[in-house]
Design a protein around this ligand. Structure first.
Ligand code: C2E
Ligand code: MG
Ligand code: MG
Length: 696
């Protein structure tokens, strides 16, 4: 190789450090290369001499462009570094950074160029990777469900992702550069006092800061979001705080759910009143307070009488609406500081604290009863109801929640047993008698299985000639060697839910007995059977009745069912259709104990009934009581005008019988004619009466 002119050498020494060096002439033909060139490009120095540098470029366009930019006569003599893709001898392309300078001769004429080339693939890759990473970062931030705000070291907004924009109501373009507390406005959910922005603390302390619980974000557009999460500092390589990032998310739905669950755990979904759980809590508190302050507290247990009846007949939605309305009414009476809770289906409880005396509890109880008794109107249906209330006092009747609850329940049970619609305080004697009732209840259950019930039959007579026209089946229970009358156990059977199977037994047995009499030709009369309100409204009653009539073979038109006025308490379609279907079978319907209780003459207009039985209480003192006489006369006159037959119950003397007859009453029943008798004696009454036909 020819030695280079000294100018070249000079340039070379100045510029050769570790980089590939090429010396070219003005036509970019290679004059000289160094060892680094060979290492970088893979060509031997000799191999490339005299060639233009085009073959070193990965693409021809770059070669040409560089020519225009840097190798034309007018191009600057020093080339700042530029990046180009080169190709190695082995065809591998790489990114190189080149820079060069023109070389001049003594007369300062440009004669060529020196170019240094460095492989920058690694740097390029790093930059590329960094770029990609950043891209990914942003894509991630843009797409995640969390809101992200970053700030600089002064707490000014640098970046917000779209979720953060939506929740704060700020656009990044507007928010950028603003103090974060302007954009991210948070308050405490309950106090609504503003909360310190976590970024402030995070920047101050350089640690991760969690948001306080129950944080509410107030958006610029007036929205409020429950949020959750934290702020973390952004540190540089030296660990200095350069900024902060807040990541938060909307937990409004979650918070609502939490609140709903907490609510459901303590409140009754139907009435919105505290439930049994919260009630227990409040009761415990009231007891603690009574003990601490030496005051009086009371627990009132309230149960709707015969609520099952309402539900069975009017349907659950109707029953629900009654409960809602009742809850509202009860709540309107108790003081703010007292608790009224719904503790079960139709059971409510009131906890009263700080009472001056027990009269106060009685007074409130009465007002509750009064409120409940005001007729309910649901859509166009009217419903009347009554409640029973049992009361237990703290400290007299117990100073533990469980004891008070038990004792109030015992008092309530007593009210139920004594005919409902009343209020009673717990007493120790009550406890004993309730224990007794509970025993009887369990005995009743057993009796139903062992069949220790039987029926007596009481003749019903035609007042003219006192001939027997029918019999009423009356239930008896042989219990512990005694015969119990129905009034002593029927309310208990109702409470215990045994009335339906018991009533079924009565119907089946009386029909069997009646059919036997008919077969033997000794019973020309009518058979009357009492049917309780629960029984008649129980599902499938009509079908049951029909099946039993067919099964027994007793003529349907000689059967009469006695229902009480309670049965007719609601003027609903269901009752109407049950009665109609019963009568379509030919069975007669009579209203028992007419004149007491829910008596309303309008019932008679609404329901198809055949017979009224005047309650025996009117007959009792009738001969000395003009008032009762007037009532009996009025009932008789009204029945006549409605073409309804009347049976007077409880006739015990001849004067009563005569009075009734004079006033147009045709039928009667009572000890004067006969008390209830065993079935084997019944035929005697018919043969004695000398009649052999059904009553007209
Ligand atoms: P009720 O249907 O009004 O039955 C008439 C009641 O009056 C019977 O009492 C009868 O013994 C009594 N009695 C009859 N004549 C006289 C009299 O001259 N003076 C007096 N003071 N009382 C008289 P009992 O058998 O104790 O039945 C009481 C109530 O029990 C019945 O009243 C009826 O409501 C109910 N009951 C009886 N058997 C059944 C039954 O099988 N099912 C249902 N659900 N209830 C029944
Ligand atoms: Mg009866
Ligand atoms: Mg009666």
């Amino acid at each position: 190789m020819k030695p280079l002119p000294s100018e070249f050498e000079h340039q070379f020494i100045l510029q050769a450090m570790g980089e590939a060096i090429i010396a070219v002439d003005l036509d970019r033909r290679i004059l000289w290369t160094n060892g680094a060139f060979t290492r970088l490009f893979g060509y031997d120095g000799e191999e490339v001499l005299g060639k233009t540098t085009e073959f070193l470029y990965a693409c021809r366009e770059d070669f040409e462009e560089q020519g225009r930019l840097r190798y034309s006569p007018s191009s600057p003599s020093v080339h700042p570094p530029y990046e180009v893709r080169y190709v190695r001898k082995n065809s591998r392309v790489f990114w190189g950074e080149a820079w060069g300078a023109a070389v001049c001769d003594m007369e300062d004429r440009r004669i060529g160029f020196m170019v240094a080339i460095r492989d920058i693939s690694v740097r390029k890759q790093l930059i590329h990777d960094l770029h990609m990473e950043k891209e990914q970062w942003f894509v991630t931030l843009r797409s995640i469900g969390d809101a992200v705000i970053t700030t600089d070291g002064e707490g000014r907004v640098v970046y917000m992702n779209p979720v953060a924009e939506r929740l704060t109501g700020w656009n990044l373009s507007v928010a950028s550069g603003k103090t974060v507390s302007t954009v991210f406005v948070i308050v405490n959910e309950y106090t609504r006092k503003s909360t310190e922005c976590p970024v402030t603390r995070c920047l101050r302390e350089g640690t991760i800061v969690g948001l306080a619980n129950h944080t509410l974000l107030l958006s610029r557009s007036g929205e409020e979001y429950s949020i959750e999460d934290s702020a973390a500092p952004i540190l540089d390589d030296d660990g200095r705080v350069r900024g902060a990032v807040i990541v938060f998310h909307d937990v409004t739905e979650k918070r609502k759910l939490e609140q709903r669950i907490a609510y459901q755990a303590n409140y009754d979904a139907l009435t919105g009143l505290p439930n049994r759980h919260l009630f227990q809590d409040r009761l415990t508190q009231a007891i603690a307070r009574a003990q601490r302050e030496g005051t009086l507290a009371a627990l009132l247990y309230i149960d709707v009488d015969d609520f099952k009846n309402i539900n069975d007949r009017m349907g659950h939605p109707f029953g629900d609406r009654i409960l809602i309305e009742l809850g509202r009414r009860l709540k309107s009476i108790v003081r703010e500081t007292d608790t009224i809770a719904r503790i079960g289906g139709d059971e409510f409880a009131v906890v009263l604290s700080d009472l001056p005396d027990k009269e106060e509890a009685l007074d409130l109880g009465r007002r509750l009863m009064f409120e409940a008794a005001i007729p309910f109107r649901i859509d166009s249906t009217r419903a009347d109801l009554t409640v029973s209330i049992g009361v237990a006092l703290c400290p007299m009747d117990g100073s533990r929640a469980t004891t008070l609850v038990r004792n109030a329940d015992i008092a309530l049970y007593q009210v139920k047993r004594a005919g409902r619609n009343n209020i009673r305080f717990f007493s120790r004697e009550m406890n004993r008698s309730v224990q007794n009732s509970l025993r009887i209840e369990s005995d009743l259950r057993e009796a139903l299985e062992k069949n220790s019930f039987f029926l007596l039959y009481q003749p019903i007579v035609h007042l003219e000639g006192a001939r027997t026209v029918g019999v009423e089946a009356l239930l008896r229970w042989r219990h512990k060697g005694k015969v119990r009358p129905p009034e002593g156990f029927i309310p208990l059977a109702e409470e215990a839910g045994l009335i339906v199977p018991l009533g079924q037994w009565v119907l089946r047995e009386s029909l069997r007995q009646g059919a036997e009499w008919v077969r033997r030709g000794i019973f020309p009369g009518r058979l009357t059977v009492n049917v309780g309100v629960r029984q008649i409204h129980a599902e499938g009653f009509v079908e049951f009745l029909e099946a039993e009539i067919v099964e027994s073979g007793f003529p349907a038109d000689r059967l009469e069912l006695e229902i009480t006025e309670r049965t007719l308490m609601f003027r609903d379609r269901h009752t109407l259709s049950t009665l109609t279907r019963i009568r379509e079978m030919g069975v007669k319907v009579s209203i028992d104990d007419f004149g007491i209780g829910y008596s309303s003459l309008t019932y008679l207009r609404h329901f198809p009934v055949d017979i009224l039985k005047i309650d025996r209480s009117f007959l009792k003192d009738m001969m000395d009581n003009h008032h009762d006489q007037a009532i009996v006369r009025a009932i008789l006159a009204m029945a006549r005008s409605l073409s309804i037959d009347v049976v007077a119950e409880g006739v015990e003397c001849v004067e009563q019988a005569l009075f009734l007859q004079e006033n147009g009453c045709r039928h009667a029943q009572g000890f004067f004619f006969s008390g209830p008798i065993p079935p084997e004696d019944v035929c005697r009454f018919f043969s004695n009466s000398g009649q052999d036909r059904a009553p007209e």
